[in-house]
Design a binder for this molecule. Sequence first.
Ligand SMILES: *[C@@H]1O[C@H](CO)[C@@H](O)[C@H](O)[C@H]1NC(C)=O
Ligand SMILES: *[C@@H]1O[C@H](CO)[C@@H](O)[C@H](O)[C@H]1NC(C)=O
Ligand SMILES: *[C@@H]1O[C@H](CO)[C@@H](O)[C@H](O)[C@H]1NC(C)=O
Ligand SMILES: *[C@@H]1O[C@H](CO)[C@@H](O)[C@H](O)[C@H]1NC(C)=O
Ligand SMILES: *[C@@H]1O[C@H](CO)[C@@H](O)[C@H](O)[C@H]1NC(C)=O
Length: 507
Amino acid sequence: MGFKVVMQFLCCWYTAHVAKAIQYYTAAVYEHHAILNPNSTHLTSREFALEFMSKNLDIYEQQVIAAAERGVEIIVFPEDGIHGFNYSRASIYPYLDYLPPPDLLPWNPCHEPDRFQDTEVLKRLSCMAAKSGLFVVVNLGTKRPCESLDPKCPPDGRYHFNTDVVFSDKGALVASYFKLNLYFEFGFDTPPDVQYAVFDTHFGRFGLFTCFDILFHEPVVNLIEKYQVKHLLYPTAWMNQLPLLSSIQIQRAFATSFNVNILAANIHHKTLGMTGSGIFSPSNSSYHYDMDTEQGHLIVAKVPVNPSEEMCPGHDEKVSSKYSDFMNSAKSCDQMDKTEHFMESQGKHQEASFHGRMMYDNFTFIPLKDNEGEVHVCAGTLCCYLSYQKHKLADELYALGVFDGLHTVHGTYSLQICALVKCGGLRTETCGQEVTDANSTMSFRLWGRFTTQYIFPMIVTSQVTLQLPDHWGWRDQNCYMEKTRLELGLVTAALYGRYYERDRILH
Ligand SMILES: *[C@@H]1O[C@H](CO)[C@@H](O)[C@H](O)[C@H]1NC(C)=O
Ligand SMILES: *[C@@H]1O[C@H](CO)[C@@H](O)[C@H](O)[C@H]1NC(C)=O
Ligand SMILES: *[C@@H]1O[C@H](CO)[C@@H](O)[C@H](O)[C@H]1NC(C)=O
Ligand SMILES: *[C@@H]1O[C@H](CO)[C@@H](O)[C@H](O)[C@H]1NC(C)=O
Ligand SMILES: *[C@@H]1O[C@H](CO)[C@@H](O)[C@H](O)[C@H]1NC(C)=O
């Protein structure tokens, strides 16, 4: 049996259980092995579409019941889990439910089944939530007619939205979200306006976004900063790509970076490279990553109602994730000089840097040739620094890489990245390749002088397991991350920066 659920926890047990009573709710995410439609580009009838989708809905129903038995109060299912993917605009049509606009709400589809037509999927989901008495969060395709007066209305007179919906524990439709950042989904339209889908429960304020959205400013950053959302519900259908963007890697980093909880449900399809779901608080997580079986998996975890209460003692003092803290610091110039002197005073000969492709981007790398030392490497406006000490030596090559620029393959977005990676082999040309296993353990401190404040700290160890940094945050003008006592071989340690403001300029 290859699957693993790994519980992580830092030094938080003491704060959580002794210092003061922290409130929790119980949440679940279901990594669903979706039954996919082999004929997704064929035109079919609504009747056939409903019959096809009912196979996935049967599994959803079993999981909602199983979750309710374990005391779960909210469950999240993945993106595309009901209808599958690879549709065209024409072929997806029979799979779409009608979603009434907000002015026709409230609506409880289970209690008022005849109020709107073409809502069979919504009704079935609403009844699952009402019967089991928990919040149910799912992704489905929806349609909504539009007027020719609407300049964004498609020529066929209707929108097709990739949609997340939430049913309350009574079955009422309480929130819906139309995915903004579509990922080559030809059956769906980009919504005419950004949606901020927010709802309140007695255990906190929740917000919704979907899959590729996690890499963009809208709607994510405003949900957190403007709408004060602390719990993010995240249906996804994510194809893993190491060294920097495996599903659980970005989910883990997201919760830590924004100091929020994220409930992430991915599709399970190992042949498509899709696995990796979890429930993440800023410093704790329960996740699932399985490239061995083709089975779905239910994850249940306790989630702090206030994510920052679970922070470790001292964590807040040592770490500040606010850019303004260092921007206003009068001492920053002195400190900057010290960083440079520190690097120069090492006086060691640095290996020559080289260029290599990683995640389609042209990184500048410097190899780690010694068992301990300091290296640095710069590109564009970004310099990255690493101080390291290997503990368990294996015949493996590591390199420190930097990228400061616009990513243009499979999406366009600006990045600033400092990444320590294990290379695919022993030659420098292999640095940047996808690897999942490693034997070298080390202690390190990684930092860089970033110009964006949005940094996602990520550490992946052998067999795609996750680690939290011991410390991370801003000191002077540098974002840094420290880790000692790694027990598993290091695959990637990165400060993955998203430079949202620069997307528009470089685009
Ligand atoms: C897919 O289409 C083919 C050809 O039309 C048909 O024979 C087959 O039964 C369809 N499969 C499913 C699962 O609908
Ligand atoms: C989706 O379509 C592409 C080609 O259009 C095909 O290569 C791929 O296998 C399809 N994926 C699924 C899951 O059907
Ligand atoms: C956090 O850790 C505790 C103890 O290991 C566990 O019971 C709980 O479910 C975890 N919560 C998350 C979100 O992983
Ligand atoms: C990567 O960038 C460097 C420096 O800008 C350049 O010399 C090199 O040709 C680039 N490599 C590729 C493959 O684009
Ligand atoms: C790690 O070490 C073990 C035992 O020596 C070996 O079997 C395995 O291939 C090594 N893994 C890697 C990624 O080198």
